[in-house]
Design a protein around this ligand. Structure first.
Ligand code: SAH
Length: 347
């Protein structure tokens, strides 16, 4: 007998689930119950669905699987940061991070296995992009971190950033579906204002997001506002130039009126001059902006080095004088390779 591959039940919408039960001569309402188990209650097995009859659970078992992620390894940094190595149903691994502060717990989640972009300073770029994550795989990372936050910090997860592995806008549909579930009252019920999608800048998708009037926040990993410099450290910039990127961001702002955050590392000899900071001011002054100056997390032999404090101070002063909000971000979880740009499935 040919064994047909069972479908992942969480690929079904609620309506499709209701239709399945109707087609089995059951009540559509059963679909609602199962849907609640799958999302709101994050059931890992059909047997966990205790208000569903044994016969119906068997019926589900015969037709579907629940492809749940598994946290294979959890590492804790001395600063409290937690890194999860997450095993997917096909045994590929991604990483996600819980970053605690006094008042918040932030989940940093992955959107792809590996990354197709080629940023020279990022460890994830060295992993080949294997595939996109499904909406449920993104959702599960958030649930796992929410559970850890409750367990270790006595509070629910407060914020989510799509700053793990991968480029979220190159897995646009699945990232949006996951956010729908995360924000829905039938999922985790989180406010979209607490979610930030970070992109290295894909103009076409930024426009699409603007058209769809999404409610989450946008961050752009800029690192340089001068084309030839940006292309030398983020080679895909040759195709998505700063002119296109900026036009798409102006469009985003005109539609959403939502402040844009820029992530920016200042490196010695790369972008640490007056000309660099002036270009940055010029690039972002069209809309309310915030610049996060991120500490560099070395990933290799020293081709990139964190700029001097003098250079950082010059950035902070100049940005502030021009009315741009600026924060200097210390790295978290460096000792367990959980900081920005360090996610590379090392262990
Ligand atoms: N692809 C998306 C999501 C990844 S976010 C994006 O580029 O925005 C990861 C963030 O860490 C990005 O801002 C990235 O530029 C930054 N980063 C990458 N490598 C880094 C490193 N070695 N040190 C500090 N930040 C790094």
């Amino acid at each position: 007998m040919v064994q047909t591959k069972k479908k992942d039940i969480r690929a079904l919408t609620k309506d499709q689930l209701r239709d399945f039960f109707l087609s089995q001569g059951d009540k559509a309402f059963r679909g609602n119950q199962v849907y609640e188990w799958l999302w709101q209650k994050s059931a890992h097995s059909f047997d966990a669905m205790t208000n569903i009859s044994k016969q119906t659970r068997q019926q589900l078992e015969d037709n579907f699987v629940i492809n749940h992620i598994k946290v294979d390894q959890m590492q804790r940094s001395k600063d409290g940061t937690i890194k999860n190595a997450v095993r997917l149903h096909d045994d590929l691994i991604v990483e996600s991070v819980l970053i605690p502060t006094k008042t918040r717990t932030t989940a940093c989640v992955s959107s792809q296995v590996g990354c197709s972009l080629d940023c020279k300073f990022c460890a994830t770029a060295r992993l080949k992009r294997m595939r996109n994550l499904n909406p449920d795989e993104i959702y599960d990372q958030v649930v796992a971190i929410d559970n850890e936050s409750r367990l270790y910090f006595d509070r629910p997860l407060s914020n989510i950033v799509f700053m793990g592995m991968g480029e979220p806008l190159m897995n646009y549909n699945n990232v949006l579906k996951a956010i729908d579930k995360i924000t829905s009252s039938e999922g985790l019920g989180m406010s979209p204002k607490r979610i930030t999608v970070s992109t290295s800048g894909v103009p076409k998708m930024i426009r699409k997001m603007a058209d769809e009037e999404v409610k989450f926040k946008l961050a752009v990993s800029l690192h340089s506002a001068i084309d030839n410099i940006r292309t030398s450290i983020m080679p895909f910039n040759a195709n998505f130039t700063l002119t296109d990127l900026r036009a798409s961001l102006e469009y985003w702002y005109s539609k959403t009126k939502s402040r844009i955050t820029y992530e920016y590392v200042v490196w010695k000899g790369i972008n640490d001059t007056r000309k660099d900071v002036d270009a940055l001011v010029d690039f972002c002054k069209f809309a309310p902006s915030k610049v996060n100056l991120i500490e560099y997390n070395p990933i290799d032999d020293g081709a990139f080095q964190q700029a001097s404090n003098t250079a950082i101070d010059m950035y902070v002063d100049t940005l502030e004088r021009n009315g741009i909000v600026v924060t200097v971000r210390r790295s978290r979880g460096k000792d367990i390779d959980a900081a920005c740009g360090q996610l590379a499935n090392k262990s």
